[in-house]
Write a protein that binds this ligand. Sequence first.
Ligand code: ZN
Length: 213
Amino acid sequence: MILPPGNCPACKRNDQVQKVTAIHRNSSVTRMETQVTTSVTVTYDSAGNPTYNSVPQTTTVPVTHQTRLGALLSPPQCKRIPLPIGEKIIFWLCPLFAFVFSFGLISFLERFFPHALDAFVAFSPLVACLLLPFIFGGILIGPPLLLAFLTHNVFFRQANKRRHELQRQERERWQYLVRQWEQFCYCHRCDGVFSASAEKIAAPAQIQQLYRQ
Ligand SMILES: [Zn+2]
């Protein structure tokens, strides 16, 4: 349950108190703004003397502003637990493996079945036309997909199980912190953040002190 803004522990009043969630939500605005850039042109007279002219150009771009207070009162962030490093390396190497595999397979076929493709096309050009893109596509995409699947689900199964468990714990910790953040209030008179359910007050830059871990 989210409590309404309470009295500030410092000044004991609530007339200047606002929920941190509301301050944060209203702290960023995106506006279309005109930006002026100048470009310089140069012209030469008949004697070859240069004349420089600066021409102002205006462009309209969307600019997002966040107040400093709004940024300080941001909600806690959920950390992402990264993939096991060995798995990442294998993923990056997948295209290389695919290339080596396809190259090897094609050289093998050319060496031992040099006329297989011709025979296939001669047998039925229509079937060949329909099937060959799938066969070549499969040869190109299949092995790296299989390797990626095996890497994630077999080779790094334990590491990924642990990672999911860590991610689950992190998500729970984060939700716990967000529930606390939702209770935070800010007193504009005292420039202090406090939790609606505790007496502690801290400066916006020290908001971390208010969280119970
Ligand atoms: Zn106050």
